[in-house]
Design a protein around this ligand. Sequence first.
Ligand code: XMP
Length: 512
Amino acid sequence: KILILDFGSQYTQLIARRVREAHVYCELHPYDMTQDEIRAFAPKGIILSGGPKSVYEEGAPGLSDAVFELGVPVLGICYGMQVMSHHFGGLVVPAGKREYGHADLIAQGCPGPLFDGFFVEGKSPVWMSHGDHVERMPEGFETVARSDNAPVCAIENAELKLYGVQFHPEVSHTPRGEILIDTFVRKICGCTGQWTPGQIIDDAVARIREQVGHGQVILGLSGGVDSSVAAALIHRAIGDQLTCVFVDNGLLRLGEGDQVMATFAENLGVRVIRVDAEDRFMQALAGEPDPERKRKIIGNLFIEIFEEESARIEGASWLAQGTIYPDVIESAGGKTGKAHNIKSHHNVGGLPEFMKLKLLEPLRELFKDEVRAIGEELGLPHPMVWRHPFPGPGLGVRILGEVKKDYADILRRADAIYIEELFRTGHYDKISQAFAVFLPVKSVGVMGDGRTYEYVVALRAVETRDFMTAGWYPMPYADLARISNRIINEVKGVNRVVYDISSKPPATIEWE
Ligand code: XMP
């Protein structure tokens, strides 16, 4: 396994993803992990991330001696290269010119095996983002590459297997960066690439059995990818010791409740308690137009019902959750620029401490794509595993203002037509998230010979990598025309459809 020491770069998570994509297990830890912890981790290689500081600044994050004591290969990226150079007596200085964006790397001398396949005809396009550079080489190192802007862009000490790169191999703008990271972890560090879906499942199953023993586990199933995969995995490990609670809040998509029951209870044989709570949710939401208060009402009522149901399950001692690695990294904190609370995101993860249950989180070390891969391997249906994300409060935040059952019914039907058309036309997989929104506004229309006075449905489709920023999807007019026609003709109560062309920021993805 590989250890990634985080010096605060915005790209550190990407390094971990690239290593996992090479099917090698890795963990991300803060740069000041103690020597004992580093030794105990026993990595086969270490990657030092980039970071916002300068090595010569006061209080700049330094390197633990344990990093080089272990004698394993080390790859320093950007700040990681500078801190390593500094450590071995090199001189790092502010560059005359900061370098951001694309650069062409030119190989120098005869680069070692780390760079096999990285240079083509002595060149490689890369993504740079740095203000400092190495002016005097550290002892024992050779220059491997330069750019037009900087004389030292990559260095190596072949004997000790220490490497530094000034550019960012982990970002997609460095086209052959993946090859470099793959070579580092497999060839240079000798990791064998056993981190495959089958292996992840076997490991997780063994661990769950060991942790839980004969205990009983409860899990709140939402139909979303994370809780679904967690349920399938835990069921594989301990079968009937798992009970899932699925709360139908009346704010799910068309047919979703039945799909969840069909997949889990019927096909996989998981014990699922379905709680039909539509009326309770509608009553609780009646008369409340405020988005944040709606979220709180939905979140609190979910917890209340979940507690009621769990109390009936005898001898439950574990609460399982579908927490995934990005959730863990984000809440670990220590990073600058923490997201503002623009909208309070309610998740099952927000359950309070109750009933003294121990937490079981079998997906804690996995990225979303790994979660999807093991979901498929566990036999969950492809559409469930690859579904667009759906917010915890469901249609509750897609019906603007006060939520009513009639509105939810109209929205469900319009949304189902929209999504069906996106599948038919092949747009679905190119879009990150698509859904319909119900606007409680009436406008005038004409149908046949009669005047209509009905509601508006807005369609939203966005492309995004991380859901922090997003662009609207350029849907072809012909497809929009067909979707609009179908919704207006097939869904009673709607006589107008509009397409949302706002990006995030300044808009958000959801309308509330
Ligand atoms: P926004 O609207 O903030 O959404 O641009 C970003 C992503 O988060 C999802 N979202 C939520 N998820 N509970 C959730 O579990 C919520 O209250 C919530 N609000 C937004 C949204 O669907 C999008 O994927």
